[in-house]
Design a binder for this molecule. Structure first.
Ligand code: MTE
Length: 495
């Protein structure tokens, strides 16, 4: 039986690029190579297909990434950026098909060619809920998230953009460069893992939250681009390591409001550019900023998914700045020029769309806004009020920038009456309160409510600056679906 007869429509469509389209002409690699710039038209090949993506590049997010393959094969890039392997993207690409590549020019098995970048991925806990397999992205199941003040390491959400690098502890070196400011011009220094461990050890409890946490709720207003995260792209841990301020001070770095500290990871994209991000030098040098070059997570060595052997922890800032597999730190007079600092993790007005967006005009997200989520009951779970007519609701709340959670309010009647939750949180000074708060509330249901089939529970948190979550996603919608911190609204059924 021909293979496509055994496949459903979606699977069959995934084979387009290895199918010769009889209605289209055949091109040689030379023909393709001539089209490698906007003036000549931009052609790429994928499998057996030749595609003219000239129109696509300026009009689509990630279009600039395609330029890496202009005039050549995109296969090796897509072996790494596997998020493109969706029906939607393949369908879009097939729309740009102009021909077939001569058979002898088709790229050899790409994974072999690249030494299979995914072959060395770590083993993961089966309870993690994957949002994508390659790169691996997964959230902690909600019910488990609310159970532990310190999220167990193997259940901590994972956000990887590229394959996990393999690093031997004995060979590990962190490179330090000062390119700007009073201490500029000194030779590059390096620190081994043993040298980092010999520095005074500092611990900080900090929640890390992905900028796109709860994106799936924002998407209900209008589609956004990005992984469809629920409320489980967050976790809380005790991180230990050397303080970045100690390392920088030892190099003579002086406070300077105009400088930035850039971080690079060992995970490289297909053009050999590392994952990168930056933070202001003022945060890095502030002992109260608690920025740590961490080698331990909850008193265990970091595991590979979370940055073994060293990652930087930037407490209170968006997850993206907490660079894993840290290999290089640079003090510079500019932010990181990486895609993740310049063209992602930025917020926009709800009226900005992909035709009008200008990433240069928005500030990179650093401190995160106040948010909360209900962990139990789960959406549409059946709950039974206790003998006194109460239901118990649990969840987490967190605010960026070291702001402590002041209060979490809950309502079961659309905001007519509110009930204050009990908080479980660390006793550390406000401004330096980087860990999350877990909360529990007993919500009283009226006799009338108890007769209903179901109701909706809403949670909103208030931080120490009296910032409060916005009520609805409509007015904070943004095209990348970041900063999704509106009230968390969970429908439940009553028994
Ligand atoms: N660091 C490197 N080197 N590579 C990455 O892909 N992802 C960032 C950040 N640091 C990333 C990285 C993002 S977007 C987030 S949200 C956090 O790591 C996730 O950290 P975790 O996987 O340990 O939960």
């Amino acid at each position: 039986m021909p293979i496509h007869n055994r496949l459903d429509d979606e699977a069959a469509s995934r084979l387009w690029h290895i199918t010769v389209r009889q209605d289209l002409p055949t091109y040689s690699l030379d023909d393709v190579q001539k089209h490698n710039a906007p003036e000549q038209g931009i052609w790429i090949t994928f499998g057996l297909g030749v595609y003219d993506v000239t129109e696509f590049v300026p009009n689509h997010p990630g279009g600039d990434k395609i330029m890496m393959a202009a005039g050549s094969a995109i296969d090796s890039f897509w072996a790494i950026y596997q998020q493109h392997n969706t029906l939607e993207v393949l369908e879009l690409l097939e729309g740009f098909r102009i021909g077939n590549l001569q058979k002898d020019a088709v790229a050899a098995n790409v994974e072999e060619e690249l030494g299979s970048p995914w072959a060395q991925e770590p083993k993961r806990n089966a309870l993690l809920k994957p949002a994508s397999e390659r790169p691996f992205n997964a959230e902690t199941p909600l019910a488990l998230l609310g159970e532990h003040f310190y999220t167990p390491n193997e259940l901590f959400y994972v956000r990887n953009h590229l394959p996990v690098p393999v690093i031997q502890a004995e060979q590990y070196e962190l490179e330090l460069d000062v390119e700007a400011g009073a201490a500029a011009g000194q030779p590059t220094r390096t620190l081994t893992l043993a040298e980092l461990k010999a520095l005074p050890k500092h611990s900080v409890t900090a929640a890390i939250m992905c900028g796109g946490n709860r994106r799936s709720e924002m998407t209900r207003v209008k589609p956004v681009k990005g992984l469809s995260w629920g409320p489980g792209a967050v976790g809380n841990a005790k991180w230990s390591g050397a303080r970045l301020c100690d390392v920088l001070q030892a190099m003579g770095v002086q406070p300077n409001e105009d400088l930035h500290v850039l971080f690079e990871g060992a995970d490289l994209d297909p053009t050999s550019h590392p994952y990168g991000a930056s933070i202001p030098l003022s945060k890095a040098l502030d002992p109260r900023g608690d920025v740590v070059l961490a080698y331990e997570m909850n008193e265990e060595p970091l595991n590979r998914d979370h940055g073994y052997p060293i990652r930087v922890i930037v407490p209170g800032s968006v997850g993206a700045r907490n660079v894993k597999w840290l290999t290089r730190i640079i003090v510079a007079d500019h932010e990181s020029d990486s895609h993740w600092q310049q063209n992602d993790y930025k917020g926009f007005s709800p009226s900005t769309d992909w035709d009008t967006v200008d990433f240069k005009k928005a500030q990179a997200i650093q401190a995160m806004p106040v948010t909360s989520a209900i962990c139990t009951p789960l959406p549409n779970e059946r709950v039974k009020p206790d003998a006194e007519g109460f239901i118990t609701v649990r969840g987490y709340a967190w605010s960026g920038g070291g702001r402590r959670i002041e209060r979490v309010d809950l309502t079961s009647d659309g905001g007519k009456s509110w009930h204050v939750a009990q908080l479980e949180q660390e006793t550390v000074p406000d401004g330096r309160h980087y860990g999350w708060s877990l909360w529990t509330a007993r919500l009283p249901l009226s006799a009338e409510q108890r007769k209903q089939e179901g109701l909706e529970i809403w949670a909103k948190a208030v931080d120490s600056a009296y910032n409060v979550q916005p009520e609805a996603f409509e007015h904070i919608w943004n095209l990348r679906g970041v900063l999704a911190n509106a009230y968390h609204k969970v429908p439940v059924k009553l028994s």
